[in-house]
Write a protein that binds this ligand. Structure first.
Ligand code: HEC
Ligand code: HEC
Length: 497
């Protein structure tokens, strides 16, 4: 009796000793990426020996406060800090501790390429700038997405673009919901404004802070006549206006294009997807794949990916603000981050089922939405080809592709580095938290999505900013034939999910 109790305690202790998967393993990384339609094969990621020879970084960062909310003497206090590790992974034992550490990484791991200048540091302490950029702020006055970094005692730098910049939503009442897209900060107009500021500071600054970045962020090495590369040479005002056309809820991420940004993802329920990204750029087979995704984004390891052959097939890291070379986050920290992302759960939905929504559930059936939006998460997790893309036999054998195209704008899925030729069937959960629909966020409300008026060239969505000219948003015509009552019921149903 005693012995078996003793053994079971032992067993529990063994179960707690986490086996951390390797972020980079040649076997796994080989199967990770999907082929790109116009490249005809997968981009090639760096090998594991090279990955593990990158220096490790584990550096504590500190909250940035909105003007007027900063505790007294805060900056002086920071100036007296020594560089410290962000988390001590050797102390992590329980699942709750791992998740808490992952949250630290989510909020505190700055993206190394966007470490800000003295100028950014000044800007962020200016109330007018903070108000105009509508950066999200917690009730304690903490600005999400930005952090102070102490690499060297006495020197406080501004780091930007932590995961929480884009993947947290602060509600009107100040509640922080972790996982959904930031639908408050107008990232496009923000980039437009920064572009004009750089232009005012002179050509050299504009070149260094904007054009060089654009040339790498949007360049598609395997296109002969790459439109994305040309936009980097446009006059500053034209670039600024192009950014201002980005609807709310999207981001001109590296690998997209100036004119074709992508909708910011909701990280809650990521387990439901077999492929990452709206274009299914990579496989999501297990937690190791999520760790790879996080390393590619968080440490910008993706800057070392090779797109085809020749000298221009890789990006110029110095132009991307990575002149200091790539560094990697230790595996256990990325593991903690992935566990944190998997632990995210939907907030309670204020839209409870009612008569109209129940009728809407029947409309959903009748309209056969469930052919693609099936199961608990309302997605079959498959990919659909863009119009004109013929997946090869090999691709069809290795990737879950539907025969049917939904006919949405093909640009992102063809002429960018995310161009697999495919769009993923998205989950319909938590649509009530969204302000942007379809892969490019070109639709601002569910009412607009199911209104045939969007097929007209006079259409303007409620989430477009002033420079966006009226234009039709075609594709995904499902539900457009419904009469007014059915449409209302369907939308009521979708809002309860
Ligand atoms: C500047 C905004 C921004 C930041 C910062 C950011 N992301 Fe994202 N994230 C996006 C956008 C936009 C997408 C959608 C990409 C796509 O569909 O091609 C995305 C997609 C993802 C996905 C795939 C989700 C899916 O549905 O397939 C994961 C996972 C993810 N991000 C994790 C992270 C992590 C971890 C960090 C921090 C290291 C981070 N992101 C930082 C904007 C951001
Ligand atoms: C043939 C498969 C298919 C059918 C049928 C279908 N959808 Fe979709 N749905 C998709 C795909 C693929 C997308 C994403 C398109 C894109 O990103 O460009 C999408 C996007 C959406 C979106 C936007 C979600 C987001 O995150 O961007 C909603 C809402 C939606 N569908 C609801 C419906 C409803 C309601 C029906 C039935 C009237 C329906 N769909 C029928 C495949 C389908």
């Amino acid at each position: 009796m005693r012995l078996s109790i003793y053994f079971s305690i032992l067993f529990v202790e063994v179960a707690f000793a986490e086996k951390v998967p390797r972020v980079w393993d040649d076997e796994d990384t080989r199967g990770y990426r999907l082929p790109l339609a116009l490249l005809g094969k997968e981009p090639r990621m760096i090998g594991s020996a090279e990955y593990y020879s990158l220096p490790e970084v584990n550096l504590k960062t500190y909250p940035v406060y909105a003007p007027g909310k900063e505790p007294e003497g805060y900056i002086e206090w920071l100036q007296n800090r020594e560089p410290e590790p962000l988390v001590d992974v050797s102390k992590l034992k329980t699942e709750a501790e791992w998740i808490a550490a992952g949250r630290e990484v989510f909020y505190g791991r700055e993206l190394p390429r966007f470490t800000g200048s003295e100028h950014n540091l000044k800007m962020i302490r200016d109330p007018r700038v903070v108000a105009a950029y509508r950066l999200q702020t917690t009730r304690d006055g903490v600005l999400l997405g930005l952090r102070y970094v102490v690499r060297q005692k006495g020197r406080v730098e501004l780091g930007t673009d932590t995961c929480s910049m884009c993947h947290v939503q602060v509600t009107a009442s100040g509640e922080v919901i972790e996982g959904p897209a930031n639908v408050h900060t107008p990232f496009g107009p923000l980039m437009g404004d920064l572009t004009r500021r750089y232009a005012q500071m002179g050509d050299a600054i504009l070149e260094d802070r904007r054009r060089k970045h654009m040339r790498e962020d949007y360049r598609v090495p395997f296109l002969d006549d790459d439109e994305n590369l040309k936009s980097a040479s446009w006059p500053a005002e034209r670039i600024a206006q192009a950014y201002e056309r980005h609807p709310l809820g999207v981001h001109g991420r590296t690998g997209t294009s100036l004119d074709h940004p992508v909708k910011i993802a909701n990280l809650i329920g990521l387990q439901n997807y077999r492929y990452f990204d709206r274009t299914g750029t990579s496989r999501h087979r297990n937690i190791g794949d999520l760790m790879r995704y996080a390393a590619l984004v968080g440490d910008v390891i993706d800057a070392s990916t090779r797109y085809g052959e020749g000298p221009v097939a890789t990006l110029n890291q110095a132009n991307m603000g990575l002149a200091g070379g790539l560094k990697r986050t230790p595996d256990p920290m990325i593991y903690a981050l992935a566990k944190f992302i998997y632990s995210l759960r939907p907030p309670s939905n204020p839209n409870q089922p009612h008569d109209s929504s129940r009728r809407g559930a029947a409309v959903f059936e009748r309209a056969r939405c469930g052919g693609c939006h099936s199961g608990e998460a309302y997605t079959n997790s498959r990919l659909t080809p863009v119009e004109g893309f013929q997946p090869s036999k090999d691709l069809k054998a290795s990737v879950l592709i539907m025969a049917r195209s939904v006919g949405t704008d093909p640009y992102l899925a063809t002429k960018t580095r995310k161009g697999t030729g495919l769009y993923r069937v998205p989950s319909l959960r938590m649509l009530w938290l969204e302000r942007a629909f379809l892969h490019d966020g070109s639709i601002g409300t569910l009412e607009e999505l199911f209104d045939p008026a969007r097929l007209q060239p006079t259409f303007r969505s409620s989430n477009w900013f002033h420079h966006a000219p009226a234009h039709a948003v075609t594709g995904h015509r499902f539900g457009l034939e419904l009469d007014a009552q059915d449409r209302k019921d369907l939308i009521a149903f979708l809002k309860t999910l």
